[in-house]
Design a protein around this ligand. Structure first.
Ligand SMILES: [Ca+2]
Length: 587
């Protein structure tokens, strides 16, 4: 289901600002009239002022400032509160959702007092209309600050190449992940979550654009600025938050700016909606201390093990921005190869015989530790209740055989799913996912209907009350009404996948991407249709579809295509219709 979401046109901002300014001007006049009840102002014949006003506890405190010309009044007499950011969230007080209304009301009262005091002072200075207009211009940002203050923060956590069953919440895992588990305990866990592709680049394109990346011709990890031109024209999730005044940051893997050898001039995180970032070039990186990473355009050696560094940087970003709305995209490169784990972490798994698996376990353990530090930081600042935390994985876990190149081999556990990274079987595209937003998203809850990583853009944007990008389609849907039980239908009747095949080399060796040879799949209800190695160039009949019933065969091992030709016909027709609405592959 494709939803063409129409929303606020950014071109209308001028008129909105003008209208808001007029509204504030009207508010000032009204508050001036109301102020007569609780503000007493005297005006001397020589335009010198005396005022009395209510103190914080409501009692009237008289401040005699006669004989002091208005223009010489120190700022604190103008209004001590006016000089303080009105929308600031008080870091030393826990923002309890149960007290949210009272806090908001308190801020509005403080704001009204500022309006009253300052507008009267300006008005008494003999410049009524001009001063009030000036106040409107000054106070409008304050109104925006108040509105922004109620906006939820976002922490979007992505893991890389993790196996579906490597979290205790999803399978038989030997790896303790108490911090990721905490997100499920305090939020909603999704058992049928999918990414849009079984490899890094295209999966991240779908996640951050809220669309099938096939809309801009992307069917694999393709590099070259001209080839990804259509993607570079898309508005991405961080841009939506950045335009709304959020502070936005990427910490970790980007991989949407080319590979290690070729970077795009328009693909930097700074050009895609992030105010700041710390990352590395390409799709994978060594993890050791001293590895070169980039903070903005400035390279420097990582001061600690990379997964720990991402945790440290995420915490530092939260520290810097805990008093204002922020959007943090925390994209771990764990547990993508190369297989580098700290000794102390892999030593926790001395009972595991396979050394490669011990290393994998240690890498995942360190990621969970960093996630725990981030969650603790939200608690420390008292902003956990006002922060949406999302966790998901970018594609299925890598294989453990030498068919796969070392950069795609990480000894993950996808059981009982069929396939791995690169595959359109469940093992390539079904991923663990969870969302925590205390008071808004049901806690300790499981949502079992099909959802997509494309849904996160509309879900997060709608949750923050922001306008959707108006100049591009959205294939995702807002999940909140579904997981709250307000909408009992299904977010997606069907989902489709198409990705370039990775086939073994003719001369031997590990699998490689093969131009114009594609794998395809569509899932509708519990039926999953899969077609492997279709040659898009040839006129030969494409390979037959395989049909699986995921309700009874989650491992996609019992092909039922011959028994249910009507279902094959229906779903294949649906797939063809979807494919014809996408952009042809750019390879
Ligand atoms: Ca990946």
């Amino acid at each position: 289901m494709i939803q063409e979401k129409q929303s606020m046109d950014y071109n209308g901002n001028f008129y909105q600002s003008l209208g808001s300014g007029i509204s504030v001007f009207s508010l000032i006049i009204i508050t001036n009239l109301l102020a007569r009840r609780d503000t007493y102002l005297l005006r001397s014949s020589n335009k010198r002022l005396a005022s009395a006003k209510r103190s914080e506890d409501g009692s009237v405190v008289r401040k005699n400032i006669n004989n002091v010309p208005h223009r010489q009044l120190p700022d604190r007499h103008l209004s001590p509160r006016f000089t303080r950011p009105i929308g600031i969230r008080y870091a030393d007080k826990r923002f309890d959702s149960r007290k949210e209304f009272n806090l908001l009301w308190l801020r509005l009262r403080r704001f009204r007092q500022s309006v009253v005091e300052n507008s009267w002072l300006f008005l008494l200075n003999g410049r009524s209309l001009g001063s009030s207009l000036l106040i409107s211009l000054i106070l409008f940002p304050c109104l925006q600050a108040i509105a922004a203050d109620s906006k939820p923060n976002v922490v979007l956590i992505l893991s890389d190449d993790m196996g579906y069953s490597d979290l205790p919440k999803f399978g038989e895992s030997e790896i303790p992940t108490p911090n990721i588990d905490r997100l499920a305990n305090e939020g909603t866990l999704f058992t049928e979550a999918y990414v849009t592709a079984p490899v890094c680049v295209v999966s991240r394109m779908g996640l951050l654009s809220g669309q099938y990346q096939q809309r801009f011709g992307m069917y694999d990890n393709i590099y070259g600025e001209e080839k990804v031109r259509l993607f570079l024209d898309q508005t991405l999730l961080p841009s939506v938050f950045q335009k709304a005044g959020y502070r936005t940051a990427l910490v970790g893997k980007w991989h949407l700016n080319g590979n290690k050898r070729k970077q795009y001039t328009r693909g930097s995180p700074l050009q895609r909606g992030f105010d700041e970032y710390i990352s590395f070039l390409g799709g994978d990186s060594p993890f050791w201390k001293g590895t070169p990473v980039n903070r903005g355009d400035d390279p420097y050696p990582a001061p600690e093990y990379l997964t720990d560094l991402w945790g440290s940087e995420a915490c530092a970003f939260i520290d810097r921005n805990q008093a204002n709305p922020f959007f943090l995209y925390l994209a771990f490169n764990a547990v993508h190869s190369p297989m580098h784990a700290l000794d102390a972490d892999q030593d926790q798994f001395s009972n595991i015989e396979d050394e490669n698996r011990r290393i994998y376990d240690g890498m995942l353990l360190s990621m969970d530790r960093s996630i725990g530090r981030v969650l603790q930081r939200l608690d420390t600042h008292g902003i956990a209740d006002n922060t949406i935390v999302v966790f998901l994985n970018d594609n299925g876990g890598g294989e453990s055989t030498e068919r796969y190149a070392p950069h795609s081999r990480n000894f993950a556990n996808n059981q009982p799913l069929q396939g791995h990274k690169f595959d359109v079987f469940e093992g390539g595209v079904r991923v663990p996912m969870m969302i925590r937003w205390p008071g808004q998203v049901p806690a300790d809850s499981v949502y079992g209907k099909m959802v997509s990583s494309m849904d996160l853009l509309p879900t997060l944007v709608e949750a923050a009350g922001l306008p959707m990008p108006s100049d591009q389609p959205t294939d995702g849907v807002d999940l909140l009404p579904f997981i709250k039980g307000e909408n009992t239908s299904t977010p997606h009747e069907w989902l489709s996948w198409q990705n370039r095949s990775w086939l073994p080399r003719k001369e031997g060796g590990f699998v490689v991407p093969t131009p114009n040879i594609h794998n395809s799949a569509i899932r509708k209800g519990n039926w999953k249709l899969v077609r492997l190695n279709e040659n898009l160039d040839s006129g030969v009949r494409p390979p037959a579809w395989q049909l699986y019933n995921l309700e009874t065969d989650i491992g996609e091992r019992n092909d039922l295509a011959d028994k249910h030709t009507d279902i094959v016909k229906e779903l294949s027709s649906q797939f063809d219709s979807w494919r014809s609405s996408m952009h042809p592959t750019i390879e």
